[in-house]
Design a protein. Structure first.
Length: 383
């Protein structure tokens, strides 16, 4: 009996300074990476001869420790909600981890020879859609760790592209930046760049470019209740661990039951159900510092150019750097300090406006957004 044909798949991922090559016998992973990471991370059909190589295999029955016993082993977390890396073995020649923090996906074994650039990811169990997404999130983690090592500035913020120029929405939690980027993309004809995290570096032509980061997009349920795309989200199969099912149309008020004030969707889901266009690598042109205030009537816009927003909203990623350096998952990184300093200086020189707005902007969002972008020096008016 002849051997089955090889299903070996090779592809690469890149984002700004980061590149990784992926070797696997599971072609579904490339398809999922394209869906969940594009356009923020580019998926290449060929290898890039990258310094970091991730080898993904499936091997049911690895015999990994039971989940209840993993809690008694050394653990490292990127942040409080995960992902969790449980350290099974750590010495100068070998690091072995279990990545296990998502109850809907199969556990995965991660092993490497520290500093070699070769990371082996072995899936213990079935390759369902949740596990595929977990694998892709691990690949995203490796790309992000490279960006951090290179010193690429990353900020807490959202972004949209207005006629090919990026508007960065920077603010603290609940300031309204995610809501504004959602409404600008769906009601004012802008292209979507990012929700929650933006990265800025130099482009091929030498100027600044801003890219989004493929995290799940958070959408306010209160905004969706009155939005044209609300019924599409309501009918979509968007169940996530620990979250109730999205109700059918006509049950919009139940979205806010308990602590559920937002839904979270992957980029491909967001693009499909919101009906928007997503882009990346856009020249930043202005910064908006929003404040959502339910007591505010209408909106108030003030020039804030020169304010120190840049350092206030930068993501330091110390936990990510410590994790990769200690575990040796990546080769030693070269930090591009001079380029980083130039990028930050250029960002600080962008026009900045501060906006305080109330809930009634939703009734005439295109006019509101045209005034905001006009005050920031961009052509006003929706497309």
């Amino acid at each position: 009996m002849s051997a089955p044909p090889s299903t070996r798949s090779v592809f690469a991922l890149s984002c700004l300074t980061a590149q990784i090559d992926v070797h696997t016998d599971l072609p579904e992973i490339q398809l999922m990476a394209t869906r969940a990471l594009s356009p923020n991370v580019t998926v290449h059909d060929t290898l890039l001869d990258a310094q970091v190589r991730v080898h993904v295999t499936q091997e049911p029955g690895l015999g990994l420790p039971a989940r209840d016993s993993l809690a008694r082993l050394p653990q490292m977390w990127i942040h409080g909600d995960g992902p969790r890396f449980v350290v099974l073995e750590k010495d100068p020649d070998r690091t072995v981890l279990v990545r296990d923090s998502e109850p809907d996906s199969e556990p995965m074994l991660v092993s490497t020879r520290p500093g070699s650039g070769d990371i082996h990811l072995t899936i213990d169990g079935e390759l369902g859609a949740p596990t595929l997404r977990a694998v892709v999130r691990f690949l995203r983690f490796v790309v992000g760790a490279q960006l951090v090592g290179a010193g690429v500035p990353m900020h807490h913020g959202s972004s949209v592209s207005v006629d090919g120029r990026a508007v960065l929405l920077m603010g603290r939690k609940n300031s309204g930046k995610s809501t504004l980027s959602f409404l600008a993309s769906t009601l004012a004809g802008n292209d979507f760049v990012s929700d929650d995290t933006v990265a800025t570096w130099t482009g091929d032509a030498g100027g600044l470019v801003t890219s989004g980061w493929p995290k799940r997009v958070a959408i306010s349920v209160a905004v969706l209740a009155e939005h044209p795309s609300g019924p599409r989200f309501a009918a979509a199969p968007l169940r996530r661990p620990g979250q109730p099912e999205i109700p059918l149309p006509g049950e919009v008020t139940s979205w806010a039951l308990g602590d559920r004030r937002r839904i979270h969707v992957d980029m491909d889901e967001f693009v499909e159900y919101a009906g928007i266009n997503a882009v990346t690598g856009v020249q930043p042109a202005a910064v908006v510092l929003p404040t959502a205030d339910f007591r505010q009537k209408g909106w108030r816009i003030e020039d804030a150019t020169g304010e120190g927003w840049c350092g206030e909203h930068e993501i330091t990623n110390d936990a990510l750097r410590d994790l990769t350096d200690y575990l040796g998952l990546l080769p030693p990184a070269k930090a591009h300090r001079d380029t980083r300093a130039w990028v930050l200086a250029e960002l600080r020189g962008l026009p900045v406006v501060r906006v305080r707005y109330g809930p009634d902007v939703n009734a005439d969002f295109p006019a509101f957004w045209a005034e905001v972008t006009g005050a920031a020096g961009l052509p006003g008016g929706p497309r």
